[in-house]
Design a protein around this ligand. Structure first.
Ligand SMILES: NC(=O)C1=CN([C@@H]2O[C@H](COP(=O)(O)OP(=O)(O)OC[C@H]3O[C@@H](n4cnc5c(N)ncnc54)[C@H](OP(=O)(O)O)[C@@H]3O)[C@@H](O)[C@H]2O)C=CC1
Ligand SMILES: Nc1nc(=O)c2c([nH]1)NC[C@@H]1CN(c3ccc(C(=O)N[C@@H](CCC(=O)O)C(=O)O)cc3)C=[N+]21
Length: 295
């Protein structure tokens, strides 16, 4: 990569990257969803299922429930004990599948070790799969269809890239991470937006060099501040999906923010970037599922 800024990516006045304010974009999206819900003759129904008391899951599920209620949804959280069997969780999913008032079902991950998450995900009615993790929805996305239920975190990243005006068609994009919930669907969405996409992971050779080639760098590795400033092409758009709890209790992303900000053209903070968009897109998916089911 040469040191020249990428096209359309001149640094913001004052030097350094433009900061993409995910919290503000998410608030606007939530307000728009609330307006659309208020105009409906019914309330979209969301059920979030949490198994056990994993502290991060307790916080995330509460955030989702509050956001759904604030947007006018009929939302409730079902809490099952940590020792719940797979059969018991499948019975809960079957009941929610059969309930006509329920438009969206989200089973919070990770699940306790006695439960196979793939079996649970496959049991969710694909029309109510607001996480977009069911193989039918994942397969549609992998076939190039972007009109179905799309996983919330990568969908939120695409909103942020479009909001910021990052050029997508023809851009070299690198996705760091290949999980079912973030990396893989993220790569599919960037491909559908005509990026030239590379997926990197723990077996990738010379990861810093791969990152340096990217005009769009989406990082979802789950390693605190692993992406350094000198891994980033001048002017690149850097999207930090990571959420890592440090020993001192602070939350940080997968990107060394201060270093990266000095080089990048755009950057998301973490927290305050992708996380709030995940929640807003869950509401968007629930509204879409409700309109498709009841429309
Ligand atoms: N903001 C939000 O809304 C959300 C944030 N997150 C956060 O995003 C991060 C990723 O989540 P998730 O996808 O579920 O995580 P996973 O652990 O499922 O996947 C991590 C991926 O990163 C790769 N990876 C890990 N370490 C390295 C390394 N040192 N070098 C190269 N690649 C590496 C792994 O490679 P391999 O496949 O080879 O093991 C894997 O593909 C986490 O911090 C998580 O907390 C997740 C969901 C939503
Ligand atoms: N079935 C399922 N679907 C998910 O979408 C799912 C999941 N399981 N398991 C865990 C991950 C993680 N995740 C986040 C949601 C919101 C924030 C979020 O709101 N973050 C805020 C701050 C949060 C805080 O301060 O603790 C922010 O980044 O600003 C983060 C992460 C959804 N996930």
């Amino acid at each position: 990569m040469s040191g020249a800024p990428l096209p359309g990516a001149a640094p913001a006045a004052g030097g350094g990257a433009r900061i993409i304010d995910g919290k503000a974009v998410a608030a606007a999206l939530r307000a728009e969803i609330a307006r659309r819900v208020a105009a409906l003759p019914f309330r979209p129904g969301l059920r979030v299922v949490r198994v056990g008391e994993d502290p991060a899951s307790v916080v995330y599920v509460r955030t989702k429930d509050r956001a759904a209620l604030a947007a006018g949804f009929d939302s409730a959280t079902l809490v099952l004990p940590a020792e719940t069997s797979e059969a018991e969780l499948l019975a809960t999913v079957a009941r929610l599948n059969a309930d006509p008032a329920v438009d969206g079902i989200l089973v919070q991950l990770p699940l306790p070790p006695q439960i196979r998450s793939a079996a649970v995900i496959e049991a969710i009615d694909p029309a109510k799969d607001v996480d977009g993790f069911h193989p039918l929805n994942a397969g549609r996305l992998a076939s190039g269809r972007t009109d179905g239920l799309i996983p919330c975190t990568p969908k939120g990243v695409m909103h942020l890239l479009r909001h910021a005006g990052v050029p997508l068609a023809g851009a070299r994009a690198l996705v760091l991470g290949r999980s079912q919930i973030v990396g893989r669907p993220m790569a599919q969405l960037l491909l559908a937006a005509d990026c030239t996409v590379t997926i990197a992971h723990s077996r990738t050779r010379d990861l810093p060099a791969e990152c340096r080639r990217a005009e769009i760098l989406v990082v979802a590795a789950g390693r605190a501040e692993m992406v350094r400033g000198d891994w980033i092409a001048p002017g690149a758009a850097v999207i930090d999906v990571g959420m890592n709890r440090l020993p001192d209790g602070r939350l940080t992303g997968d990107v060394a923010f201060a270093e990266a900000r000095a080089v990048a053209g755009w950057i998301t903070p973490a927290p305050g970037g992708v996380g709030p968009m995940t929640v807003a897109c869950l509401l968007e998916n629930t509204l879409e599922a409700a309109l498709a089911r009841r429309g």
